[in-house]
Write a protein that binds this ligand. Structure first.
Ligand code: ADP
Ligand code: MG
Ligand code: ZN
Length: 192
């Protein structure tokens, strides 16, 4: 259940929400939607993303549907702790590109009483769990898995098919490199 629809919103406490799914599933759109509502309600919102994600813009999170919100690029998760000191709501996009200590940082922010909303890929291009997102899922109070539409058959899609033959785990730059696929149409890459 999405937290904003709950009748009993948590109060006097922090918590972690994770929005996960494959590429093009609407993670960033959903993150932007939640953060915008908080901003409209005059809550102090800060948004972070890892430096590795330089698609489209250095100082915004941007969805594939071109919605955007200003954000701060950080090299290490620990930087978020001091930068977000005065924030009530902390958004993090592309969590899979952070080192494992993003988990401890999110825990610390939540225990300081902040609402922490983290978006990221839950599987890599091989269909394997993409750390540290599985660890964040285990610790979060609220979890949303967004689905895309399979580019082959139109079923709900939860996997990211790399349609080039690059072997690195991280190949940033979406256009022409990845497409959303369902379980049936996803073809795991063969390791040469
Ligand atoms: P994510 O952050 O999960 O990669 P975004 O929020 O950036 O996703 O983008 C979601 C948008 O991507 C959709 O609203 C739609 O406009 C676009 N899109 C492109 N390909 C697909 C697809 N196969 N299924 C669903 N949406 C798609
Ligand atoms: Mg995204
Ligand atoms: Zn399919």
């Amino acid at each position: 259940m999405e937290v904003a629809t709950l009748h009993n919103m948590p109060h006097n406490t922090g918590w972690i929400e994770v929005v996960c799914g494959c590429m093009y599933s609407g993670k960033t759109e959903e993150l932007i939607r939640r953060l915008r509502r908080a901003q409209i309600a005059k809550q102090r919102v800060m948004i972070f993303k890892p430096r590795i994600d330089n698609r489209y813009s250095a100082d915004q999170i941007v969805s594939h549907s071109e919605q955007a919100l200003p954000s701060t690029v950080v090299d290490k998760p620990v930087e978020i702790l001091s930068l977000a000191k005065d924030a009530q709501v902390v958004g993090v996009d592309e969590a899979q590109f952070f080192t494992h200590d993003i988990v401890q940082v999110c825990e610390e922010l939540a225990s300081q009483g902040k609402r922490v909303i983290v978006a990221g890929l839950d599987q890599d291009y091989r269909g394997k769990p993409f750390e540290p997102v599985p660890q964040l899922l285990a610790l979060a109070e609220y979890i949303t898995k967004t689905l895309a539409i399979c580019m082959v058959c139109g079923n709900p899609a939860d996997r990211t098919q790399r349609i080039t033959d690059q072997q690195e785990r991280v190949v940033v730059g979406a256009r022409g490199v990845y497409e959303a696929r369902c379980r049936k149409c996803f073809v795991p890459p063969t390791a040469d």
